[in-house]
Structure formats: C-alpha cells, structure tokens
Design a binder for this molecule. Sequence first.
Ligand SMILES: Cc1ncc(COP(=O)(O)O)c(C=O)c1O
Length: 371
Amino acid sequence: MDALQDFNLHLQHELDELEANGLLRSLVLPDSLIDFSSNDYLGFSRSASLTVIEKELRHGATGSRSISGNCKEAEEAEQKVAAFHGYEAALIFNSGYAANVGLFSCIASRGDTFISDEYIHASTIDGMRLSHAHRVKFKHNNLQDLELKLNEAVGTKFVSIESIYSMDGDEAPLVAISSLCKKYNALLIVDEAHALGVFGDKGDGLVCKYNLQDEVLACIYTFGKAAGLHGAAVAGNASMRKFLINKARSFIYSTAMPPPMYEQIKLAYDLLPTASRGKLFELITYFKNQARSLSAIEFLKSDSPIQGVVIGDNLKAKAMAQHLNTNGFFIRAILSPTVPVGKERLRICLHEFNSKQEIDELMSQIKIFLK
Ligand SMILES: Cc1ncc(COP(=O)(O)O)c(C=O)c1O
C-alpha cells in the first residue's frame, strides 16, 4: 500500500470513530425551516437596509490591510465602532475567530498568565495556545475560583471572559469580575460576541451597559451574529490598535475583507440603536415561561436569546434535533466535547422575527419527542 492509500485509510478510520460516537459533523444546506438556530438575533442578515450598492467600491481588498488592502471605508467603520462603544480606537479583523486568535496570541509574553473562564470560546483558546504565556482556567462564572487563580498567577495577568456565553447564554458577573481584576492588578478582556446588538440601551453590549470601558483592556465585537454580517473588531485604546496592526498575525498575514463589508458594518451600527430588542426580550420571557411547563427536562438558566435544553447524551440530543428538523424547526444539537460530557444539548436561539406561535409549536414537538 502506498503512503496516500495508507493515509486515506487513516482518515476513514478517524471518521468512522467519530460516527460511532455520534460526533461526526456534517454540513447542511439551509432549508425553509423555522430558524431557532442562527445567531441572527435581530434579523439583520435579512435586512434590506444593509444592502450596499456602491459602484466605485472594489469587490475585493486585493491584499492585507498592511499592504494594499486598506481603504477609507475600513478606517471609517473602525472609528464608528470605537465611538459607538466609547473607546478610543478599534481594529477590524476578518472574523471573530481571527480577532481572538490574533489578540490572544500576541498580547501576553512568556512568563505571563492567561486566566480564562472554562467555557471560553475555542477562538480564544486557540489564540492563547499560540502564545508563550501560562494558561489556567477558572470555574464558569465562579468568583471564588477566579480569585484563587488570580492569587496564584505569575507575570502580567490577563482575565478572559465572554459577557454572554455562546453555548449557555448566561451572563458573566462583569462588574464583580472587573473589581477583582482591579484588586489583583489584572487586565480584563471581554468577548461581547453575543451581547452586541442585544444588550445595552443602544445594543452596545454589556461593558457599555455597566460603563466599564475604562476598566477593560480590550473588547471583541463580532459582526456575524446580531449585526447579521461578518468580521469583528477589537476595541481599546490607540496603542492597542497600533500594537495589533504590528503584532497580530491573523491581521497581518490575511487578505482584508472586501470594502463593501465595511460599508455594511457602518450601516448595521446605524441600525443598532433602534433595533427591535423589545420584541426579542418579550419572546425570551415567553419562551422561559413556556419552558417551565416542561419540568421533565432541564432548561439552562439564561436571560439572553440563547436558550439551552440539556439532553445529556450525544445520540439522544442528535435524535431530538432530527425530530425537530423533521417537524419544521431549524435547531442543532451541541455535542460534547464542544460542551461538557453530560451537558449535551439543543441550543435554541430566539430572534425578533420568531413568533409566540412558533415557540408554542416548538414546545409541543419537544413534548412529543420526550413521550
Ligand atoms: C464568543 C465567541 N467569540 C468569537 C466567535 C467567533 O466569531 P466569528 O464567527 O465571527 O469567527 C464566536 C462564534 O461562534 C463566539 O461565539
């Protein structure tokens, strides 16, 4: 057998193992199902107001921002994002993944320590792995454990959290964490991926809601969720922006986003203050009330659009998602190891375009599956 055949067998073996454990991922084409899955909380991805018909804008950036890919639209969008959230500056990356990998891989030096919530997103984990700093986790949203880890940490200390956790939908105790960071001279980095557009008076997120901009080193705002677009910004002071332009490899060594995308980001930020958050929160309250009638299963505690139904088993979670898909709902199962073993779940996302009737139908289908 030659090396190629041999390696193909190896790949197939790995895939078979994933399948046997119910962990094989596959891509599905979007269907006309009722969306209880996407991160498009405000329906912006469908909004005609974000359509950009600009004859003079290039289709592609033609290079990285540091070479030929910079444009005035990018810089305007960055200034708009920074001002909206009350920061001095912002730098736009091609995605939230690229932003976190870029930031975390370059911000700490050998001998420093990252202390991150155990549920932190994979993009942050990957960024930290690329750095030479120590990495420790603290128990999810647990202030005592964070304090313990802050006490033990060496070098410059960086605390990394999400304001709303992507898989559980719960909120970090931001104000208390910020105070602890102050007490231990640690630098706080907040990923606002799932808070942007949803929380804060203008949809400006939780750091703004609690007026903590001066207490955090950097905030990550991703545009692929409530903003309905693509890309992400790291907001902070002007030195942070300059530093990332010089050190963040995912920024330096990648073709920039196409110019029309920056125009769309500007439009999305114009829309954010008046988006229909009221309707979204009404649906969240309605969903939670309906969920109480389903005492047989565990719903995760969350006041955000991300609601979790814990099934506790990969195969059962997949079967339940399949049942809901067959009955018209677009919902995906989230399996271990993405979530801890025993916490396998359905991740249900609510949107301002959903209706109470859709929630009622969803609950009845969950009941039918459980029977
Ligand atoms: C908390 C968090 N940070 C970062 C990302 C990555 O963002 P993007 O999808 O723009 O790469 C995600 C996406 O799932 C996320 O949930």
